[in-house]
Write a protein that binds this ligand. Structure first.
Ligand code: HEM
Length: 116
């Protein structure tokens, strides 16, 4: 059996997992109205609509699927390794913006929209 050389890049499975999780996380970020409606209905003692319950079930299932895929990805990372990090800083800045600046801005605008 040949051992994969991680300096050649990520494996096809790692790449597939990366983009699948990216798509699912984007889905969760942009399609969460239903679970929000269901959550607010339950918290105020009302019966959520059937559509909101369906949307909530999809949101939770997607979230758990993301968790399982992330654990699989960590397992592959530990067994297959990863190629060396790029020396340029552009991908680093892009990731920083995407995963820290953007959510922080989004949270502050969505919470101010809710209170207004
Ligand atoms: C990576 C996975 C997930 C992502 C990216 C995600 C993302 C989001 C986002 C962006 C919202 C809207 C928040 C807001 O408007 O304030 C939301 C709401 C919610 N999510 Fe998730 N979610 C994930 C997984 C889950 C899981 C696994 C559960 C439950 C076990 C869950 C339960 C909820 C609930 C109850 C709300 C409504 C909260 C509210 O409106 O105050 N989420 N989610």
């Amino acid at each position: 059996m040949s051992v994969r050389d991680s300096t050649q890049g990520y494996s096809a499975t790692q790449i597939m997992l990366h983009w699948t999780v990216a798509l699912l996380v984007a889905f969760q970020f942009f399609l969460n109205q239903g679970i929000g409606d269901a959550f607010r209905a339950v918290m105020s003692g009302e019966e959520p609509t059937a559509d909101a319950v369906d949307a909530a079930n999809i949101h939770v299932t997607m979230g758990l699927l993301i968790l399982m895929l992330a654990l699989w990805r960590i397992g592959l990372r530990l067994t297959l390794g990863a190629p060396p990090a790029p020396t340029t800083s552009s991908s680093c800045c892009c990731s920083l913006w995407l995963f820290s600046t953007l959510p922080a801005r989004w949270c502050s605008t969505s919470s101010s929209a809710r209170t207004s």
